[in-house]
Design a protein around this ligand. Structure first.
Ligand SMILES: O=C[C@H](O)[C@H](O)[C@H](O)COP(=O)(O)O
Length: 221
């Protein structure tokens, strides 16, 4: 079974968590694309979706699923999204696809965050995957210098503009032994919009597609 088949398996398993008829939070990426395909099969019993990217919005609309502005919505019972890495506390690195800021906003609003991924994404310590940081374009060099002071090696993701009109620095080599502390430290640099560490708001459940079926992982402290 290849990674995409494992992603698909996890994505379809997430349907089980769509138990209300309200608005579903929808993330971004190749795993979420499978989830949107799955969600389309039950679209008659949900009110619609809120989306973390223009790409997901388009895919949802192509299926005829209504996409709401988050400001029009009072409650998001469940948010389903992928990840680039997860540790066993379900703290994540996200943003490989550049959608981290909107993803973090919907994750903050949602009652339950269901993360879907293939089994390669579960790691003991976060940080092999370079940490994406979304920055206001004019602050790029300043933020990069500040990140170097923290011990990271920022690499400008050339040619990428986020849905919010910003740019991304992918940070290699950071020590992520204390994810919450690092998430706050990076957010404190002027010019940073947000960073791809989801440690203050980790996932509530991780559905991992694997050779042996989908495993449900709950956070270990
Ligand atoms: O910005 C992108 C998101 O954080 C994705 O959820 C993450 O990169 C995982 O993507 P994929 O499902 O394609 O592996």
């Amino acid at each position: 079974m290849n990674a995409d088949e494992m992603k698909k398996q996890a994505a379809w398993a997430a349907l089980e968590y769509i138990t209300t008829d309200g608005v579903v939070g929808v993330g971004t990426g190749s795993t979420v694309n499978h989830f949107i395909d799955a969600l389309a099969t039950i679209k008659h019993r949900i009110e619609g979706a809120v989306s973390s990217s223009n790409a997901s919005t388009q895919r949802l609309k192509d299926y005829g699923i209504e996409v709401f502005d988050l400001n029009q919505v009072n409650e998001v019972a469940v948010y389903v999204d992928g990840a680039d890495e997860s540790n066993h506390a379900l703290q994540l690195i996200k943003g490989g696809g550049g959608a981290l800021t909107r993803e973090k906003i919907i994750a903050a609003v949602a009652d339950k965050f269901v993360c879907i991924a293939d089994s390669s994404k579960l790691v003991d310590v976060l940080g092999k995957f370079p940490l994406p940081v979304e920055v206001i374009p004019m602050s790029r060099s300043y933020v990069a210098r500040e990140i170097v002071k923290l011990g990271g090696q920022p690499v400008y993701r050339e040619g990428v503009i986020t849905d919010n009109g910003n740019v991304i620095l992918d940070v290699h080599g950071l020590d992520i032994m204390e994810p919450i502390k690092l998430e706050k430290t990076l957010n404190d640099i002027v010019g940073v919009v947000t960073n791809g560490l989801f440690a203050m708001r980790p996932a509530d459940v991780l559905l991992l597609g694997s050779e042996n079926g989908t495993q449900t992982v709950l956070a270990s402290k």
